[in-house]
Design a protein around this ligand. Structure first.
Ligand SMILES: NC(=O)CC[C@H](N)C(=O)O
Length: 202
């Protein structure tokens, strides 16, 4: 791949702009993705935080559910934050009726596990694959990971709960690095897109 990968941000709902800025700061060409034709043109994709039930509905409406599932299966690197993490789980513990995910990580997530909007918090999180100081984890109605399959690498925990994981080409965090101005997690993802951060090497 050339040195500057093109990384899309799924732009159906959620904090799209913040991810576009963080990806550009991490040396990717970043662009919003709303249509299957746009999905076909990116080397990697970020699924932002927002509301997973809304993202699920809009993805079906925009004809993106199947094309996106197919690209994840084909090995396209994908990174989901918060609602994006939920969208990448093979299973949701407490889904709304009809709520679908793209899947990609053999895990079960619990939505809103850390509490409601007014219980949002920040915490220092030590994350495997991110050198130096802990990352500032911003948790907003965040999910946690209840359980993972054998192929899932746990990258971070907070309060005894799994909050960052990777399975092969798919990365997910309960928290929102795009809101902190610290672009190291996006840097890790861009390295995955470039093919320079192999699974198990973190
Ligand atoms: N900040 C977020 O992305 C919140 C996620 C939200 N609780 C959901 O279930 O989708």
């Amino acid at each position: 791949m050339n040195d500057t990968p093109v990384v899309g941000v799924l732009a159906l709902q959620g904090d799209v702009r913040e991810h576009l800025i963080a990806l550009a700061a991490a040396d990717a060409v970043a662009r919003p993705v709303r249509r299957p034709e746009e999905l076909a043109e990116v080397d990697g994709l970020v699924i932002p935080g927002g509301e997973s039930t809304t993202i699920s509905k809009l993805a079906a409406l925009f004809g993106l559910l199947e094309p996106l599932r197919a690209r994840v299966r084909a090995g396209m690197p994908v990174y989901g934050t918060c609602a994006g993490m939920i969208m990448l789980a093979d299973k949701i513990l407490d889904p709304r009726s009809g709520q679908e995910t793209f899947g990609g990580i053999d895990m079960i997530v619990r939505r809103n596990a850390f509490g409601r909007q007014n219980e949002s918090f920040e915490a220092a999180v030590d994350m495997k694959g991110v050198d130096g100081d802990p990352v500032e984890g911003v948790f907003i109605r965040a999910p946690w990971v209840e359980s993972v399959g054998a192929r899932v690498e746990v990258l971070a925990e907070h309060g005894g709960h799994i909050v960052a994981v990777r399975q092969d080409n798919v990365l997910a965090t309960s928290f929102h690095p795009e809101l902190t101005g610290d672009h190291r997690v996006h840097g890790l993802f861009v390295a995955m897109v470039r093919g320079s951060a192999a699974p198990g090497a973190l």
